[in-house]
Design a protein around this ligand. Structure first.
Ligand code: PLP
Length: 425
């Protein structure tokens, strides 16, 4: 029986058997016991599935991965220690030294650095494209060694909406998968697989957790991309892995090849796992995700409208506003809401923007976004301070951009706080 998202949020994942705890238990154990040496050996050969060491798999973590997989409609998912680790694994699983990939330039600053600087040191090159450019212009970025295309459903912090269907179609024409970071939308507002995306990543630190209590990430595979049909591009998945007794992932795991390779190779060798306790906290957040996302979106739209009408505000970017250039994309991909994140600029100097933020009462200045509490951040002086002005502009971030993350408090109180701070400017 196919279940609705609301039911999946609450019921999916942990399936207790007779006499087992109803609530997801925290298996805070590195290791698991077996009776014979042979039993253990079979697990190492990937011949049988079972738990033996938490770096590779843990029942608490797996239950939560399975819930996220169900919410996205995938065939397999894995949790990581952070969103950064999720995006690193998602790319590194199919790219190696000498390879190239393409990413939208409007993406999270941490991801922009990972792609442009750190992966480059590993010999993997990324071309950042302007999503507004024509297909013809963007297609110039494709090379014979291009292995994937990457974008964010709703970009952090610019709040730009990624045209998933358009880029999925383009990536597939070149025989490569589309990877979408679905952090801000969450599967409650958008399910990228329904629009042709092949892989989805998350920083579960944000709305999925929703309470700012753990840092984590997730990778989900739709199972749609046919690696064997493009075997020459993806030898890591389609030829024998010498580090696993010559096992070939596509042959051994079929539709689960991509996630199985992350688990067997990248988790084994790099080990960016979340703790079972963090997964427990994440699961609590997921249980109410379907209640929180509509409220974040409703409050977000009301605050965006208020800002838009305020004479002290120079500009507002929120894709739910009908005069936003992204409104048509929001109607298509985010018809049930556009989350609580708004970017806007104040009239006046950069210093005045800082003064405004300092005057806020309960709306806090924090290096975080997308949780129950309303918060603000000035990317140019906080998260993105390592980017040059030119890189800032390329990433769609004006130096005066304030990122406002609207929480689930009463919207009148949020607006009252913003209003009193603006009056003091
Ligand atoms: C925060 C964020 C990340 C990085 O996630 P962490 O959990 O902080 O490592 C990646 N992508 C997006 C869109 C984000 O907002």
């Amino acid at each position: 029986m196919k279940k609705n998202l609301q039911t999946l949020c609450v019921q999916s994942g942990w399936k207790p058997k007779k006499g087992e705890p109803r609530v997801l238990p925290i298996y805070q154990s590195t290791t698991f016991k077996y009776d014979t040496s042979e039993e253990m050996g079979k697990l190492f050969d990937l011949e049988e599935s079972g738990y033996f060491y938490t770096r590779l798999a843990n029942p608490t973590n797996d239950a939560v991965a399975s819930k996220i997989n169900d919410l996205e409609g995938g065939v397999g998912a894995i949790l990581t220690s952070s969103g950064q680790a999720a995006n690193f694994y998602a790319i590194f699983n199919i790219c190696e030294a000498g390879d190239h990939f393409i990413a939208a330039s409007q993406i999270y600053g941490g991801t922009y650095n990972l792609f442009g600087v750190t992966l480059k040191k590993l010999g993997i090159e990324c071309t950042f494209i302007d999503e507004e450019a024509s297909d013809e212009e963007i297609e110039k970025a494709f090379r014979p060694n291009t292995k994937c295309f990457f974008g964010e459903t709703i970009s952090n912090p610019g709040c730009h909406v990624f045209d998933i269907e358009r880029f999925a179609e383009m990536a597939h024409r070149y025989g490569i998968p589309l990877i979408v970071d679905n952090t801000f939308a969450t599967p409650i507002l958008c399910r990228p697989f329904e629009w042709g995306a092949d892989i989805v990543t998350h920083s579960t630190t944000k709305y999925m957790d929703g309470h700012a209590s753990q840092v984590g990430g997730a990778i989900v595979d739709s199972g749609h991309f046919d690696w064997e049909a493009h075997a020459d591009k993806f030898p890591g998945l389609t030829t024998p892995d010498a580090s696993y007794h010559g096992l070939t992932y596509t042959k051994a795991f079929g539709k689960n090849a991509y996630i199985s390779k992350i688990l067997a190779q990248l988790m084994r060798d790099v080990g960016a796992i979340p703790s079972p306790t963090n997964c427990f906290l994440l699961n609590l957040g997921l249980e109410t995700l379907h209640l929180r996302m509509p409220r974040h979106s409703e409050n977000g739209l009301k605050v965006a409208r208020w800002l838009k009408a305020n004479p002290k505000v120079a500009w507002v970017h929120y894709s739910g506003l009908p005069d936003s250039p992204d409104y048509p994309l929001a109607r298509k991909y985010l018809p049930d809401g556009q989350c609580g994140v708004i970017s806007f600029g104040l009239k006046g100097t950069r210093e005045e923007a800082i003064r405004f933020m300092d005057q806020l009462e309960f709306v806090a200045i924090v290096t975080h976004v997308a949780d129950a509490r309303t918060c603000v951040l000035h990317p140019a002086s906080h998260t993105h301070r390592q980017l040059s002005d030119e890189q800032l502009r390329e990433a769609g971030i004006a130096p005066d951009l304030i990122r406002l993350s609207v929480g689930i408090e009463h919207v009148d109180d949020i607006i009252a706080d913003l209003s009193q701070a603006m009056e003091k400017m």
